[in-house]
Design a protein around this ligand. Structure first.
Ligand code: FAD
Ligand code: DLZ
Ligand code: SF4
Length: 510
């Protein structure tokens, strides 16, 4: 046999570089559901169902077109419970000339892969992941010699590189690179939000749901109402659904939150893009086509494209530039444990309850819930970055270390000193009130900053500002905040700080 080609659970596309010169007559594919990948974090059960079912459907599709696929289904008694052990067995059975694999998305597995050739006594060809626009080395070259890395400038490079939303004379469409200023509307129930694309589970998915419930009873979340796509065709359906029904409003309500709607006008495409069921560039091109066809406004399409060719590529670049030290960063010196209600949703803070409950049910929360509710609270409460990072890695169907870590440790926790934001995304309850209707349903009063019923976000916000004066006092983007704080009467500041201290000592009870 020539090549043994390993395809990982988040590499489910025939466009993957490991298959570039593959030949079904000489090569064999190996795919495996293994304990080590399924248990390195407390993966949401919907994520396990999504990946195992998508892997099985992809393997079946490969077999249909003539491939031989050595596929291991998950069982706790399988003798080979790591990808390395599965490779070891298949190498012994097939004696290939070499193993071929596309580079993986996590440092943890990457380190293991680096030792495979030696430990397995077989050459291992590790190929670049060409699903990203910027290779690791391209990003490193862009970052080199820059004092500050700013997503906005990297994004412009990616616009030029792809030609997305660029005019023939090389200018950004509409004369501006970024239309975020138009994207801050509160949603008040109209226009109606479409909800995500739903697929009824087929027999293969139902089988996986049963196994996941049997073998992963302690994992977070529920498999109830599983409706994710698990094939390329259905993921394409999810893309079309987004383009038809949500994209036109994506920009306007990008920052909105609602007590009644889990998904609003977000695409819910990250689980598919990240595991290979959708190609990121094709997704962006499809959105841009809607703009040119007059079906979606520029602020929506530009905002959407920026998330994918800007933020998504940027965080991956940061991850590989700074790992493994990045995961250890804790520049604000946080030491508090993650409150238990992150796992149960059992808290009187209604915004937190709703975000965590949606996460438990869906394996999904939209960006503003992640950033400004659960993330903001962890930042204000001074939670240890490693603990909150592990939570985000576990609870979302789209979570992989390369994208979760920079978003959490960098964007939310400001633990890396600020690659992903020149100031922390800290906010009081006022922000949540402005962008949502949560506060109307809350036992806390968002207008109060101290006193028994005062919204915890308020005192915690000012406590955060006050305790981190050394880090942020000279940050020009925070000057106004410090001036506001310093202008408050001393008694008021003392009362707020006292309330903040109390809240920090009672986090579990809020
Ligand atoms: P949309 O709002 O429709 O956005 C479109 C697409 O843009 C997404 O599908 C995604 O591919 C991309 N995107 C948007 N924002 C980001 C971003 N900040 N970083 C990278 N890609 C982005 N995204 C993940 O894919 N996996 C994660 O593990 C993850 N963890 C996060 C943790 C925190 C604390 C925060 C604040 C954000 C995290 N994000 C993560 C980014 C973002 O919240 C999700 O990509 C988004 O909510 C996915 O839902 P959607 O497909 O409906 O996104
Ligand atoms: C996330 C995940 C899970 C839950 N299970 C598997 C698995 O059983 N087999 C597999 O090949 N991949 C799985 N994955 C995806 C890998 O964890 C992912 O490829 C690495 O974390 C690198 O991104
Ligand atoms: Fe959240 Fe405070 Fe509003 Fe309650 S009052 S929903 S805790 S922001």
């Amino acid at each position: 046999m020539r090549h043994l080609i390993l395809i990982l659970g988040d590499q489910l596309t025939t466009g993957i570089s490991a298959l570039a010169d593959a030949d079904p007559a000489q090569d064999r594919i190996v795919m495996a559901e293994v304990h080590n990948e399924a248990s390195y974090t407390n993966h949401h059960r919907k994520k396990l169902v999504l990946l195992f079912s998508a892997m099985r459907h992809f393997a079946a599709a490969l077999e249909d077109v003539g491939w031989t696929v050595d596929y291991q289904r998950y069982h706790p008694d399988n003798p080979n419970q790591s990808l390395e052990a599965v490779l070891d067995r298949t190498i012994r059975e097939n004696a290939p000339e070499r193993v071929v694999v596309t580079e993986c998305g996590e440092w943890r597995l990457h380190e293991q892969m680096m030792g495979w050739a030696d430990r397995l006594s077989c050459p291992v060809d590790i190929r670049e992941d060409t699903r990203f626009l910027a290779s690791k080395s391209e990003f490193a070259a862009w970052a080199k010699d820059r004092k500050q890395l700013r997503m906005e400038f990297f994004y412009r490079e990616m616009r030029r590189k792809t030609g997305l939303l660029m005019t023939d004379d090389g200018q950004p469409e509409g004369g501006q690179w970024n239309f975020d200023a138009d994207n801050r509307r509160k949603w008040k129930g109209a226009p109606p939000a479409p909800g995500p694309f739903r697929v009824t589970p087929d027999a293969m998915t139902r089988d996986v749901i049963e196994s996941v419930n049997e073998f992963f009873p302690d994992h977070f979340g529920t498999t109830d109402d599983f409706h994710f796509a698990v094939t390329h065709q259905d993921a394409q359906g999810a893309l079309e659904h987004f383009l038809d029904f949500a994209l036109p409003c994506f920009g306007d309500y990008q920052d909105a939150m609602s007590d009644d709607e889990d998904w609003l006008f977000h695409s819910v495409l990250s689980p598919y893009i990240n595991c290979g069921l959708l190609d990121p560039l094709a997704v962006c091109q499809a959105a841009v086509d809607r703009y040119h066809d007059g079906m979606a406004p520029l602020n929506a399409v530009e905002g959407f494209v920026r998330q994918i060719i800007g933020w998504r590529e940027f965080v991956r670049g940061i991850y590989w530039l700074h790992m493994p030290a990045y995961a250890e960063e804790n520049r604000l010196g946080n030491t508090r444990a993650l409150p238990w209600f992150y796992w149960t949703g059992d808290t009187d803070m209604h915004c937190m309850h709703r975000a965590i409950d949606a996460t438990r049910r869906n394996g999904y929360a939209h960006h503003i819930q992640r950033l400004m509710v659960t993330g903001n609270f962890a930042l204000l409460a001074g939670v240890t970055p490693a603990e909150i990072c592990d939570w985000y890695l576990a609870v979302y169907a789209d979570a992989y270390d390369w994208v979760e870590l920079p978003n959490t440790l960098g964007m939310v926790m400001h633990a890396d000193g600020g690659y992903l934001g020149s100031k922390p995304y800290a906010a009081s309850g006022k922000y949540i009130q402005r962008m949502s209707d949560y506060c109307k349903h809350c036992r806390y009063d968002v207008k109060q900053s101290f006193g028994e019923n005062a919204c915890p976000f308020n005192a915690l916000y000012w406590h955060f500002v006050d305790r981190h004066r050394d880090q942020f006092g000279s940050n020009h983007r925070m000057g106004m905040i410090y001036r506001n704080w310093d202008r408050q009467p001393t008694e008021r500041r003392d009362a707020i700080i006292a309330r903040g201290e109390y809240l920090l000592s009672q986090l579990e009870t809020l």
